[in-house]
Ligand binder design. Structure first.
Ligand SMILES: [Zn+2]
Length: 224
């Protein structure tokens, strides 16, 4: 099992998402686990769409709840939902802007195999700006049926998995009308990922590159 070593000064993570609620769905339990264990962790979050709408308000309240005790800095942009390929330059500029203002030990982002074009497009932008950073690609259950075989797991305590489902319901009222947006779906996937890593519940992530530091010296990738 590989740990996340918080460097002196508290450490930092970055969160990238195409839409409000992606981060909470894909990594909410992991964020709760990580931030609870490391008060003061710096969290820089960038969401490409939803700015200026009720969804931005939801995202601010939700991430504050999912990152308790963190030094959270969230930016929500106004790129149109479902149109990322047509706004590629703005998205790239935003990702590079995030890179310029933070040097995270760990980065959470969509993964390149995601069937949603906005998620997939953002995933492809990430390594162009974050070249020496450990990226964990979160998964989002959806109509397209793109769940694959992730290789990295964060086990979740049962109370954390329950808290994730409850916070998703509480903080995103705009999404409750979606037929898949319910406690059963969130806990169901977490239960399956838990089976795969010998835990009750878990969140899983896709990793395309992993740099080890087995000598235990200077931390390069932030995960060993
Ligand atoms: Zn999304």
């Amino acid at each position: 099992m590989i740990g996340f070593r918080t460097p002196p000064g508290g450490g930092a993570i970055a969160l990238l998402a195409a839409h409000c609620d992606d981060l909470a769905i894909g990594a909410g339990g992991t964020l709760l686990t990580l931030c609870t264990a490391r008060p003061g962790l710096r969290v820089d979050a960038l969401v490409l769409s939803g700015g200026g709408t009720e969804r931005e308000d939801e995202e601010h309240a939700a991430l504050a709840a999912f990152c308790p005790g963190a030094d959270l800095r969230l930016t929500v942009l106004r790129l149109p939902d479902g149109r990322l390929p047509a706004h590629w330059d703005e998205a790239k500029e935003a990702v590079e802007g995030l890179r310029a203002r933070t040097g995270p030990d760990l980065l959470f982002a969509p993964h390149p195999g995601d069937a949603h074009q906005d998620h997939r497009g953002l995933a492809k932008l990430v390594p162009t700006a974050f070249r020496d950073h450990q990226v964990l690609g979160y998964e989002i259950v959806k109509w397209d049926g793109d769940l694959g075989r992730p290789s990295v797991y964060q086990p979740l305590a049962p109370e954390v998995a329950e808290a994730k489902a409850a916070l998703l319901h509480e903080h995103y009222p705009s999404q409750r009308r979606r037929p898949w947006y319910d406690r059963e779906a969130f806990l169901g996937l977490a239960r399956i990922r838990g089976i795969e890593c010998h835990a009750r519940y878990a969140e899983a992530f896709h990793v395309s590159k992993l740099t080890l530091d087995l000598a235990g010296g200077e931390t390069r990738c932030g995960c060993c």
